[in-house]
Design a protein around this ligand. Sequence first.
Ligand code: GGG
Length: 365
Amino acid sequence: MTSKTVAVLPGDGIGPEVLDAALPVIDALGLPITLEHGDIGWEFWRTEGTPVPQRTWDLIGRSDAVLLGATTSKPGREALADLEPHLRERAPQYVSPIIQLRQRLDLFANLRPVESYLGGTPYRFCVVRENTEGLYAGLDWDRVPEEMWPLVADHPNARISGREATTASVRMLTRHGLDRILRFAFEHARAHGHPRVTLADKPNVLRQSSAYARERLEEIAADYPEIEYEILNVDAVALWMARRPERFGVIVAENMFGDILSDLGGGVMGGLGLAPSANIGENGNYFEPVHGSAPALAGTGRANPIAAFLTVGLLLEHLGFGEAAGQVRDAVSHVTRRRDRVTYDLGGSATTAECAASVLDACRA
Ligand code: GGG
């Protein structure tokens, strides 16, 4: 097995605790991986003026994969209250580290596996969210720009409100963006034996842009004849994710639809404490639990480490350690079915350390 280097960026709040709990799994499985710890998050903005110092970018650049704990996306009232006045004035300039990573590394694919860890009918699917365009392309105006007004003015509500009282956002889909995310979805389906790719879109309302997405889907799908594909309205996908999650393999969606569906996926699984994620591009990646930094929970020993374990599993799979990734998922399954081994958010009473010890024991068994 070729040796790999992973940049570990614990970040803020509970990020360091959940990574500390989950990382021993790499040793437990005897994998040839070198971990290099680096700095990211609010603390580094406070002390150095940036949440991602240059030495961290350098570390990311020389690593095969990046493992993130959690980071502050927007400083809360308590974080602001602790600041000296000159820093408080500058706080609105703080840009979330994960946005910086996604933009600078062009991490266009956000992968969220959704799997039944709490029992019931088994399911295993994933949501692939496009990360760079769609309704979050940044084409968002607090008042419709003058040059756009002729396109909007005929809408009856806009006619009544006038330009000064009309706002707009544009859903931008490009051939470049569509092709690479659709290809990613099909490649993922192929690699994981999923028989079907579902494009979650809105063809009954956003007819023109959805027709273009269909055109790109049909062309890309031709390269994957063994994989079925379908286009469903995003609202129907949400309904079926909740009612019959086992019907899905790979769900792919533009940025906003994917944002919503991927959080729904966390809900279907049983909560954010279980949900892992990956952000992947041509030249970089980072893996992180979906949950945030949860400052109120930090230091209490109650944070759920399962999402961090499953995130490490996802990272292992990406690095080519597929068998080890399966062992991590199996160990998690073994533990999540025992309420006495899980943390409070899953109805248990275990601490972070106790829950992690159970997963590590199951891995070694
Ligand atoms: N691990 C995901 C993550 O940290 N996301 C950023 C985020 O949502 N942060 C909100 C927060 O921690 O306050």
